[in-house]
Design a protein. Sequence first.
Length: 276
Amino acid sequence: MSPARRAKDCDIRAKPCRGWNSRNALVLDAATRAGFVLITWLASYPRSGNTLLRVILKQCFGLSSQSIYDDTELDTPGVREAVGFEAVGNDPHRFIEDARRQARSLYVKTHELPGRDAHPAIYVVRDGRSSVVSHRHYLRGILGRDTSLSDVIRGELMPSWSEHVEAWALSGRPNTLVVRYEDLAAADPRALQQIAAFLDRPLLQAFDMSFDHLHTLNPLFFRRGSDAANISEMDTVSLRLFEQLHGATLRRIGYGAVPAGGSRPSARAEHTFLPR
């Protein structure tokens, strides 16, 4: 099946990728279809800055966020508070009903492909070479899955990086704001203002939380703060495979090409805050 067809036909129940809570996902899916609550999707390929976006929403806008996953990796003391995590709980139907009665907007994390709903979305994109390396570390170190980097690059476990980016960011999906991971990490005022305008929410304060702070709270989840270091872990074979499968999308979304011969590229920049 082509990526375009697959993105069109799937919904948030399709090909779950990790920490899946099927009950919460189905209830949230039904709520979006029925229009009971306004959901803004916080979407990204795994390990591309979704948690960073949630930290920014909490610190800069005072907004809590929810997830279609259990997010047990955020159970470390201090992390849930920093992220602004709000649990859906054991009765998602009641959670949705309470949100509807209170006329609340929900901001819901997802790593799935876009569904058939027309709800607004903020999509965080990151250099895919760094994302796949970080995703493999997450699968092995946190989920305990012995998977290879080539499996992640090929999209054997979930939709591939380019399939994900094309479905959310390059398909012309309406009412979708695409933000760059490195802009969020650098607390770029323009990126924060874009989010404020998109959500129609005032920016309450600047973003000043350090990566070191979150790394101290959970060093396994907040592993390292460098795209360059992630990409340097890719050998020549991995770089060539990534270029073969994802090079065109990497350039379309605005990142550099893998150099001829597959040598390790330098990252676009080093950043003061990179949570993944």
